[in-house]
Write a protein that binds this ligand. Structure first.
Ligand SMILES: Nc1ncnc2c1ncn2[C@@H]1O[C@H](COP(=O)(O)OP(=O)(O)OP(=O)(O)O)[C@@H](O)[C@H]1O
Length: 328
């Protein structure tokens, strides 16, 4: 369990993390989301005592990181896959880590096997592809067999098979009762991997909720239909008291309804349908809506820091994610 309490980090005048409080519980994969610059990496760095908080605290199983006797046996992390010594082989990188942390040497081959690097274990890691580097970083995180694992953008550089592999790895580790905390800017991937979400924006907590509730509460679900008897269907819907949005392409969108209900209504009025489908919003839709609302709120609250592009302003930032994830 990771407990974050009032965590704050200032860099000069910039508040990167602003009174964050949340817990990351064992047994599930918890996703950590936020637009670029939201403060995710800074929060993770403070969890590992790599950045000193300006205020607040992080507890790992009830203790501060520096109070843990052998931290790598409590918490393993992949923050920067390039942190390995390029002149050493994958095996030797892990061996050094094992020896300096009193971890049995037999663990090195175990984790190399887990991440699929056994065949290249003797190769120098500077020749590794981005994906292989990620796998080596994950092996290092797993070395101490910790109960808590933290991954910052772990699918960065992995091919589809690698992405599938890490998704299953995280779920398996969570299934073993471990605490898994993972950030990713790949929304579709996060939607498939995480059960719980912590969402931050401008250093502040925006949501701490299950994936299903987050999508439900922050997005619109509706039934879409297409009919050659559009006017007749509109009359039937109006009679039934439904709220209808007429889309530009001629389809009708009915909020707060089910496809069963609308299909039966159409049948009662002898209306032919060419399409009837329930539209469930994606995590990305929900995320865009939530961040848009947060920007709107900041603009109205007089903070003076909101983008000027209106409520949709955070959207493009999400896609312009610097170097991270480009190879994924
Ligand atoms: N060492 C530093 N000195 C000054 N400002 C910093 C430093 N580290 C981070 N920041 C600033 O703090 C804010 C949060 O950065 P952080 O890297 O934690 O965000 P992030 O959510 O991880 O973003 P990204 O998804 O782009 O990696 C940003 O505005 C960033 O510019």
């Amino acid at each position: 369990m990771i407990e974050v309490e009032g965590l704050t980090k200032r860099f000069g005048k910039k508040i990167a993390v602003d009174h964050l409080s949340f817990q990351v519980r064992p047994g599930v994969v918890t996703g950590f989301l936020g637009p670029n610059g939201a403060g995710k990496s800074t929060t993770m760095r403070m969890m590992l005592d790599l950045d000193i908080p300006t205020g607040g605290s992080v507890r790992i199983d009830g203790k501060h990181y520096r109070e843990l006797e052998e931290p790598v046996k409590y918490i393993g992390a992949l923050l920067d896959a390039k942190a390995m010594h390029g002149g050493r082989s994958a095996y030797n990188n892990l061996l050094c880590l094992a020896q300096s942390n009193r971890i049995p040497v037999s663990r090195v081959n175990e984790v190399l096997d887990t991440v699929g690097l056994t065949a290249v274990a003797k190769q120098k890691s500077k020749g590794f592809s981005l994906g292989m580097g990620q796998r080596l970083g994950i092996a290092a995180a797993l070395l101490g067999d910790p109960e808590i694992l933290m991954f910052d953008e772990p699918v960065n550089g992995l091919d589809p098979e690698g992405i599938h592999w890490i998704r299953n790895l995280m779920k398996t580790l969570a299934g073993q009762g471990r605490t898994i905390f993972v950030s990713s800017h790949l929304m579709s991937e996060m939607a498939l991997t995480a059960e719980h979400l912590i969402v931050i924006g401008q250093g502040k907590l925006l949501a701490n909720t299950s994936m299903a509730d987050f999508i439900q509460q922050n997005s619109r679900s509706f039934v879409r239909l297409r009919s050659p008897q559009r006017e007749q269907m509109l009359d039937a819907l109006s009679e039934g008291g439904f709220t209808v949005v007429e889309a530009d392409d001629g389809t009708l969108e009915i909020d707060g309804s089910s496809s069963e209900e609308i299909g039966e209504l159409a049948a009662r009025h002898n209306v032919v349908l060419h399409e009837l489908s329930s539209q469930r919003a994606s995590l990305e839709d929900a995320f865009m809506q939530m961040t848009a609302e947060s920007v709107e709120y900041h603009a109205h609250s007089g903070g003076g820091t909101a983008p000027t592009g209106g409520p949709a302003a955070p959207g493009p930032q999400w896609g312009q994610h610097g170097d991270k994830g480009k190879g994924a």
